[in-house]
Ligand binder design. Sequence first.
Ligand code: NAD
Length: 445
Amino acid sequence: MNTQVEHPGKMMGFSKLSRAEKLSWMECHHQGIDEDIFKKFWIQDTELQKTMEEFSENTLTNFPLPFGIAPNFLINDKNYTVPMVIEESSVVAAAAKAASFWMTRGGFKAEVLGTEKVGHLHFYFYGEKNDLIDYFNKYKVELSESVSFHLQNMKKRGGGFKGLRLCEENKELPNYYKLECLYDTVDAMGANVINTSLEELSQTFKNTLEKYLTKDLGKRFEGQLDIILAILSNYTPQCIVRAWVSHDVSKMEDIDGLSAQDFISRFVKATQIAQVDVSRAVTNNKGIMNGVDAVVLATGNDFRAIEASVHSFAANSGKYRGLSRAYIEGNIFTFEITLPLALGTVGGLTHLHPLASTSLKILGNPNAKRLMEIIASVGLAQNFSAIRSLVTTGIQRGHMKLHLLNILKQLEATDLEIDNAKIYFRDKVISYKAVREFLKRVTIH
Ligand code: NAD
């Protein structure tokens, strides 16, 4: 009998309400919330609105973000216009500026170093370790066949199941082991495909281990195995791409008031700081992710998966480090990045969201490997622009110029005041205080 008493304020069955009922519930239960604000963001096209709503649960409305493009991305000698979805001012401008800079200097180069994805059965085994190892060696083929069961089509595409191993992880956690499966999911991110195959493996593992322990060894199975999780891993250090730019320093002109030699020397030092100082490394990598996430979002990919993977990769030496490196060999300056990017150009939202599908079209319908190369290049471009500003003029000059409009809007400036402010602040330091004082002055006159 369930004796648990429900909280008196608990909302029951919200998901079952119609959209109109959901909005009225919000208005009734949340002071100051007017249902019109949600309606304002509905799309006129009812079919499209329905599609958007069905992506998630308890949807009230859409939450639009700016969709922009950074043109002139020359990557492996191909010119791309890159779609970006991001709310932070100056990110798209910085990407476009770096793309344009490198376009006339050979462009970006990129290569995929691996596409392996991983999934696990995490389990506890309380029997003899050697029995488990012997079992695994005897049943490895049967276990592998059960993983492959859901991957026939993936195999036809050139991917599929790529390997299985038993990992002993019980130094920190007694009796904990995992079965690790390796996959190539071709153009899909693969989360659902992997998880489905792991659940199949889970059944086979349980059945065959029981058979081995009881029939082959005449031992007890009851209470020996506890399978806890069957899940892909977002840690994908073998699904990686390298992107780089390089140039002869002696052929480079002055940059932002610095000689090429000085600029490059300061640039290299900045990347070295991010290798050793975690405070800088995190911010350096956040800047990289400004570009990466914007394209990941625009193409309907899973930005949480990418974020988790990239940051864990940044710490895979045991210390969290910057993801980019710059160095000079002879006269050649190279700036490079290696990122784990488990991306899809099919599956998930990539073709369900009409704008994600449009983004992929803008990019020339790349396969997953090409998309990895594009996104790594954008991350590198973003980092180049940020470090370029930091080691020369400072980041705020460019950023605040683009942020000026946000400040003016927050202070409810009129169109005329906005135009005047843009002219006034052309050669002045922009801050919230300075803009407020400017508005006070122009309003008084
Ligand atoms: P999906 O379930 O849409 O499957 C992709 C489909 O594309 C497969 O059925 C495959 O057969 C088909 N396909 C067609 N052409 C292909 C090609 N050339 N290459 C590969 N496959 C091809 O998507 P998915 O990629 O399995 O999963 C991605 C989704 O799962 C994302 O929306 C993600 O947010 C979500 N997800 C993520 C996690 C996680 O990251 N931890 C966990 C669960 C779900």
